[in-house]
Design a protein around this ligand. Structure first.
Ligand SMILES: Cc1cc2nc3c(=O)[nH]c(=O)nc-3n(C[C@H](O)[C@H](O)[C@H](O)COP(=O)(O)O)c2cc1C
Length: 209
């Protein structure tokens, strides 16, 4: 299936059947996340992969009792930096320098501009910016899952502060942004019978000359 066909096949499953997803498929999704573009290439987020039933059960009430959290095979939690710091920015750029085989003067000058820009902005603005980067990778994961015939339910209907405490994300300077339960839709998922509805193209798109 091409991208449009996959986009029509996938939907936000509300009930999964508990079947486990193989590690090679999970690895494929994680690599898609790894390859997603981010602002300045800094990958301002981390992803936590939850497999254990006990931890999923603890997350269930935090996620408004959306049962897909416990019915899924793997539950991904996308958590982004709570703020920019010089250290975090430098670390991201050092990783690029190291893997590209040395420091490039132009890219190093750009690094300094990024440090000056973000370390002078308010924390909440920065946290919103880093969260937006996580959403890009989140989207990649949803598409990658569909390509493998897997269901992935995009979720932000959870208590982020409670999840941060449970997973110790606050201590790591991270804030949970989204969750992505991955698995297989249940045959009797009531939501699967719903027609996929989107805005009409004339409403969504405006051509300007
Ligand atoms: C950022 C985001 C957050 C969402 N949060 C939830 C959620 O917490 N629970 C849920 O059942 N669906 C959630 N959804 C699914 C949307 O309701 C769904 O994607 C939308 O209605 C379009 O339907 P479709 O994905 O089935 O085509 C979320 C989707 C996105 C993109």
């Amino acid at each position: 299936m091409n991208l449009l066909e996959l986009s029509k096949w996938r939907y936000a499953a509300k009930v999964m059947n508990g079947e486990k997803v193989s590690q090679d498929k999970i690895d494929y999704i994680l690599e898609a996340i790894q390859l997603a573009p981010t602002s300045s290439g800094m990958q301002q987020f981390e992803v936590f992969i939850i497999k254990g039933d006990e931890l999923k059960a603890q997350i269930l009430p935090i996620a408004n009792n959306q049962t897909v959290v416990t019915e899924c095979s793997h539950l991904l939690v996308f958590a982004s930096w709570d703020n920019y710091t010089e250290e975090r920015i430098n670390e991201a750029f050092e990783n690029m320098f190291e893997k590209r085989g040395g420091k490039d003067e132009r890219w190093d000058a750009y690094r300094q501009r990024i440090v000056d820009l973000y370390t002078n902005k308010p924390e909440d603005i920065n946290a919103e910016h880093t969260a937006r980067q996580a959403y890009i990778a989140f989207t990649y994961a949803i598409i990658a899952a569909a390509e493998l015939g897997l269901d992935a339910t995009p979720m932000e209907g959870f208590d982020a502060d409670a999840l941060d405490k449970l997973l110790g994300l606050d201590k790591k300077g991270l804030k949970s942004v989204t969750m992505l339960p991955i698995g297989y839709r249940a045959e009797d998922d009531w939501y699967g019978t719903f027609k996929k509805v989107r805005k009409d193209k004339e409403v969504l798109f405006t051509e300007l000359d």
